[in-house]
Design a protein around this ligand. Structure first.
Ligand SMILES: [Zn+2]
Ligand SMILES: [Zn+2]
Length: 89
């Protein structure tokens, strides 16, 4: 799965560019936006201008390209399992 800024298409290079309000600095894409120190779930992720990106914030999940398709497949899988379950009843 590709990760890129929804606004400018900058791709994170694995650097630790994000700082939580608790002061922890980490690579937010390693933990899907959750701070490893205080476990706060960050809904928005800002792009990184000094690493070549823009300065806009976007919902964290919007950074994952192809996520819609993966969720679609997961939903289909769950529905298929439910079908099997209902057949067994
Ligand atoms: Zn934190
Ligand atoms: Zn950007």
């Amino acid at each position: 799965m590709k990760i890129r800024c929804p606004k400018c298409s900058w791709e994170p290079d694995g650097g630790e560019y994000w700082q939580c309000h608790c002061g922890h600095i980490w690579n937010t894409f390693e933990s899907i936006g959750r701070c490893p120190s205080c476990h706060f779930q960050h809904e928005y992720t800002q792009c990184v201008p000094h690493a070549g990106g823009c300065d806009k914030s976007s919902p964290h999940l919007d950074w994952y390209e192809g996520l819609d398709k993966i969720i679609e497949e997961l939903v289909e899988e769950v529905l298929a399992e439910q079908d099997v379950y209902q057949l067994r009843k």
